[in-house]
Design a protein. Sequence first.
Length: 186
Amino acid sequence: MTAFVFDVGETLVDETRMWERAADACGVPRFTLMGVLGGLAARGEHHGRVWSILGVEQPDSRWTEEDFYPDALPTIAALRGAGHTVMAAGNTPAFVEPPLQPLFDLTGSSARWGVEKPSPAFFERIVTGLDVEPAGIVYVGDRVDNDVAPALAAGMAAVHIRRGPWGHLHETPPGARRIDTLSELL
């Protein structure tokens, strides 16, 4: 049986709402927060630096069910219903995991694991957690540099979903499949 691993970010949720709530919670204009995030991405820097640059504490902002893309929850349910193991993992704080646990068989966060993508150790944690050979894992993500290329290097099947800023900016590498909606996985 195949195991599916979904990057927690733009692969599953429209992060715009979460970032807007975070800006509102710390009193920073939404455009300013988004502009700094875009600048960090363009410079290849970690998005977590946004809080120190803006001089504010990181708010406890979580995704809500309304933030999921319309195809996310039905696709996850269909994959699980077909007997596949489904995991969510990402470069996230640990507080992101508990709300996701009812929706997935397993969850993982860089904060809890102590390692971030694109490190090979992050992908090793996935293999260990799933207890499946890498060839039996399909990793779905929006970023080629953080998700798709490292999954391929780890021996997993990799799927590049074109949504969110990185999904549209990055080109799908050879050996990976490109999709525009999660329902294409079915």
